[in-house]
Write a protein that binds this ligand. Structure first.
Ligand code: EPZ
Length: 423
């Protein structure tokens, strides 16, 4: 495990370009296995979750080729599934990321059976998959978990069905879409997730020959087809990476222009930062955030898209530790996502957690301490806290950060942050 040493107290000023969206990449990479021919995925972020997924695809028999990156180009990956053999991804890889469960939908659609080790990933809370199972079952599969392996089996081709999700689940929406793409007949997903990466996946599938309608609304209709061709598809920008740097700008009283963004996807974050007193300028292709001294306290409630994203909650909580009053942070998506709070408290933050709510009493400053990145976004939050704090902060277990952030030390250093990675 490596650590990050951050020297706080420097305003971040400059430009940062965000990469392709992690949560699109980990859905579209497995989706390419549904096709009979090769696909090219563009703007693939250079992060650990992508490397692990590419390893899994290779293990299953697909040919994965990374194109050399030239200055002006985003990274591209070609996945050729023609050597695909029915198999099980190894626990050592599948256990590293949550999104390995998308292979259930994909392999079930292709082979009528799938065995995938119970997914890993961020371990901030119990993460059930009952809605995925409900969808697969409606499409005709039987699903059981044995010895830590999820086993799904269908008697033949999956059959389209009507699925009403009891909770708005991004993962279940995506997994059912993947399974239904090659099913016989029409599948309707009601109460579907509307996140932009659900739309991104639908766009890839449709480019490859699928018939998916309504992605981005809460009813998605998938008419099954018998085969998909490969397609070339560029991933949308990562709005959580963008949100993290926007918050870092406001938190350090800095001035960062975040490039390669879709501002519409960031409206809830932009609006909240403006409420804290930061200046937020949306210019179509980029968003500029200028800090304005000590942030004002605000109330945050995480919600499914287009509400404030849970994946930016930990970062903005870090910023609110130094607000000029008391902020309330309510987490409605995950039953508890407050592991970062104990670490922030080591740095002098005053936070009380009661169930799904954190009461953050602003202090005048944080002080550097030794803290632990307990998960991906907690790591991002502690990095922001370290950038704001007086003195040096040592963040342990930063592999969690590298799972989902592309070259964070390089990007932050380019805008004046003082931080170094110590392997
Ligand atoms: C996705 O996780 C993201 N991960 C998460 O991002 C994100 O926090 C989450 O969506 C919510 O936006 C990926 O896309 C790989 P859900 P997912 O199914 O799909 C409950 C990050 O930091 N639920 O939308 O696993 C669940 O407990 C990561 O990048 C069920 O009850 O989340 C939660 O309360 C962390 N049964 C709510 O739904 C189910 O079968 C939303 O979960 C599935 C989910």
């Amino acid at each position: 495990m490596s650590k990050l040493v951050v020297t706080g107290g420097h305003r971040l000023i400059g430009r940062i370009r965000v990469g392709g969206r992690k949560n699109s990449a980990v859905a579209i990479l497995p989706a390419t296995l549904l096709a009979d021919g090769p696909s090219i995925v563009e703007s693939v972020p250079d992060i650990q979750d992508v490397s692990v997924y590419c390893e899994i695809l290779r293990h299953l028999g697909a040919k994965v080729t990374h194109f050399p990156v030239r200055d002006s180009e985003a990274p591209r990956v070609m996945i050729d599934p023609r050597g695909l053999a029915q198999g099980t991804p190894p626990e050592s890889l599948a256990g590293k990321l949550r999104a390995s469960y998308y292979l259930l939908g994909v392999l079930l659609a292709r082979y009528g059976q799938a065995e995938v080790p119970f997914p890993g990933g961020c371990d901030f809370v119990t993460r059930p998959i009952d809605q995925h199972v409900k969808g697969f079952t409606a499409l005709g599969a039987t699903v059981k978990v044995e010895d830590g392996i999820v086993k799904a089996r269908a008697p033949g081709r999956l059959v389209g069905a009507h699925v009403y999700l009891d909770v708005v689940s991004v993962g279940a929406t995506i997994n059912i879409m993947l399974a239904a793409t090659l099913a016989d007949g029409v599948t309707v997903i009601e109460n579907a997730a509307k996140e932009p990466h659900v739309v991104d996946l639908a766009n890839y599938l449709n480019a490859a020959g699928a018939q998916v309608k309504g992605a981005g609304t809460d009813i998605i209709r998938i008419t099954g087809v018998t085969r998909l061709e490969g397609a070339t598809h560029a991933l949308i920008p990562d709005e959580i990476e963008a949100a993290t740097y926007m918050i870092a700008a406001a938190a350090t009283d800095g001035d960062i222009t975040v490039e390669n963004v879709i501002p519409k996807h960031l409206e809830s974050v932009s609006a909240k930062l403006a409420e804290t007193g930061a200046e937020v300028e949306d210019n179509g292709d980029y968003i500029r955030v200028k800090g304005n001294g000590r942030p004002r306290p605000v109330a945050i409630k995480t919600l499914p898209y287009p509400g404030f994203p849970t994946d930016a909650q930990e970062q903005i909580t870090a910023m609110l530790t130094v607000a000029s009053g008391t902020s309330l942070v309510t987490e409605t998506i995950w039953e508890s996502r407050f592991k970062h709070v104990d670490e922030l408290k080591r740095m002098g933050a005053q936070i009380t957690v009661d169930g799904r709510m954190a009461v953050v009493e602003g202090v005048t400053r944080l002080t550097g301490a030794s803290v632990k990145a307990t998960d991906l976004r907690a790591g991002a939050a502690l990095t922001i806290a370290g950038l704001m704090a007086e003195g040096e902060t040592e963040i342990l277990d930063i592999e969690h950060i590298e799972r989902g952030y592309e070259r964070p030390v390089e990007k932050l250093s380019s805008v004046g942050a003082k931080l170094r990675k110590i392997p």
